[in-house]
Write a protein that binds this ligand. Structure first.
Ligand code: HEM
Length: 511
């Protein structure tokens, strides 16, 4: 009897200890990365302001390069140094290879049936494979280089005939990038050039792309506070649904048209190729549904036009502000290309200084400053901190490429740093050097990176070679406003308005 009371006592003590231990252990909060204290319900949203990449960079100065924020009810972790970005996008990349749910993916991008928002898995892999094979392989890019060169030539013709009229360079570059992509994908141009000449359908298409970028840049409260999702307080979802309908009508008509006359044209564009893919044909990628085809086309227009045109607009603005760098780039172009023809894509590998100029521009003006968000599939630990399952990951590529620990005089435009004798001779933008990742990195790195780099290089080289630019209204280069406006892509707060002055033989512009 005595023994069994003792046993009971010991057992109760052990159980009591285990219970207390488990309560204490469970109650101890896991250590989240440091960050500013969130407000009730809205969390840190009010602290982000109109330019979240800049506010987050300032917060990282206080809380460090791995920071935790609360946006509504969503945990958000922000990476603001090369080392932290490498942890997420290399060491833990598989865990961060899907994107968080959002209204744009649901209501515009065909309910996640596109490539940009497809959950990481077999369908995403199929879409990437098809793009890699048919659109972005070296062969596919070479097959369509004449299209990009022709469109660059058309842009130069339009600029040369502007006469005394000032031109909005970004807008004209956007028309050029859109047509270069649409000719490859659909076999025809879809937008007219600026001040007129475009048909009704073309103008309609341009208005839709502009609205898409505006809506994609709007912060939608319902994405972060699920209880408010149904209320659509900002009216964003209603606008998305309307826009989706317009895009869908446009794309459905094009797909139907291609189905009827595509075979007779012998697959001269990507859409005809996509339509002709067969079930189970692994060498070609595999079959896509009509919805997947339309969602992919939508992605390529949205992801490939504004990014390219705004990047080139920033480079030209930087070169106008740095005439000595512009002169050096023009000297290189004159010696490689001469003054009797436009630049071609085969000239690009020889333009070493121009490539350094473009890298320096990607460093200071990355076109998606917070990249595209990722989501933590499972909880994990990074640098000793707990990252909860379902957290949104934002990589502040803008802050990383201005980090004074990595870059000397980080706010100066100094292409020389990328030359053989410079401090970063081997650093590239293709996702291997985490200090400079304008295209992201890891599995979900930009699918169109090779095309993006080619287009930015060709358009910049062509403009720098073919024109000198004066600022409109006699503005001096020192007074050019270089402020940023935040949207989905990093736009200039004030568009670049210039007078282009041709510098090549006159016949070149009217070939
Ligand atoms: C200056 C040019 C461009 C820049 C700076 C850029 C940047 C980016 C970035 C930062 C991402 C997110 C990567 C990540 O999550 O790590 C991305 C994704 C993507 N980009 Fe680009 N991009 C450019 C041009 C293009 C072009 C020309 C196309 C196609 C026509 C394109 C198609 C895509 C697609 C489809 C994705 C989603 C990939 C996926 O989720 O698997 N981009 N881009």
């Amino acid at each position: 009897m005595q023994m069994s009371s003792l046993t009971l006592l010991v057992c109760s003590a052990v159980l009591g200890f285990l219970l207390l231990y488990s309560i204490l252990v469970r109650r101890r909060p896991e250590k989240l990365p440091p960050g500013p204290r969130p407000w009730p319900i809205v969390g840190n949203l009010p602290q982000l302001g109109p330019k979240p990449h800049q506010s987050m960079a300032a917060l990282a100065q206080v809380y460090g390069p791995l920071m935790h924020l609360k946006m509504g009810f969503v945990h958000v972790v922000v990476a603001a140094s090369a080392a932290v970005a490498q942890q997420f996008l290399k060491a833990h990349d598989a865990n961060f290879s899907s994107r968080p749910p959002n209204a744009g993916a649901k209501y515009v991008a065909y309910n996640y049936q596109d490539l940009v928002f497809a959950p990481y898995g077999p369908r995403w892999r199929l879409l990437r494979k098809i793009c890699a094979l048919h659109l972005f392989s070296a062969k596919a890019l070479d097959d369509f280089r004449h299209v990009r060169q022709e469109e660059a030539g058309i842009l130069c013709g339009a600029l040369a005939s502007a006469g005394q009229m000032p031109v909005r360079l970004g807008q004209m570059l956007n028309v050029c990038a859109t047509n270069a992509i649409s000719r490859v994908m659909l076999g025809r141009r879809v937008v007219g050039h600026g001040g007129g000449g475009g048909d009704e359908k073309a103008e309609e298409f341009k208005a839709m792309v502009v609205e898409l970028m505006v809506l994609a840049g709007v912060f939608n409260i319902g994405d972060f506070i699920p209880a408010l999702e149904g209320f659509d307080l900002q009216g964003v979802v209603a606008k998305m649904k309307k826009l989706h309908k317009r895009f869908d009508d446009f794309l459905t008509a094009i797909v139907d048209e291609h189905k009827i006359d595509g075979p007779s044209r012998g697959h001269v564009d990507l859409l005809s190729t996509l339509i002709s893919l067969k079930e189970g044909d692994d060498t070609q990628g595999g079959k896509l549904t009509d919805t997947e085809i339309k969602a992919l086309l939508l992605n390529l227009f949205a992801a490939g036009t504004d990014t390219t045109s705004s990047t080139v607009e920033w480079v030209i603005a930087e070169l106008i502000r740095h005439p000595e760098i512009l002169r050096r780039a023009q000297q290189e172009l004159d010696s490689v290309v001469g003054r009797d023809r436009f630049v071609t894509e085969s000239d690009l590998p020889e333009l070493v200084y121009l490539q350094a100029v473009i890298k320096e521009n990607f460093r200071l003006h990355p076109s998606t400053p917070l990249s595209l968000p990722r989501i933590a599939e499972e909880s994990c630990e990074i640098n000793g901190y707990h990252i909860p399952k379902g957290s949104t990951l934002l990589v502040n590529v803008w802050a990383i490429s201005r980090d004074p620990e990595q870059w000397t005089q980080p706010l100066e435009f100094r292409p020389d740093r990328f030359l053989a004798a410079g401090e970063k001779p081997n650093v590239d933008v293709r996702g291997n050097d985490f200090q400079l990742i304008p295209f992201g990195a890891g599995r979900r790195i930009c699918a169109g990176m090779s095309l993006g780099i080619r287009m930015v290089q060709l358009l910049t080289a062509t403009l720098v070679h073919a024109f000198n630019f004066d600022l409109a209204n006699g503005l001096s280069p020192q007074n050019l406003n270089m402020d940023e406006a935040y949207g989905l892509t990093l736009q200039r707060a004030q568009p670049l308005i210039v007078h282009p002055n041709p510098r090549l033989a006159p016949h070149v512009y009217h070939a």
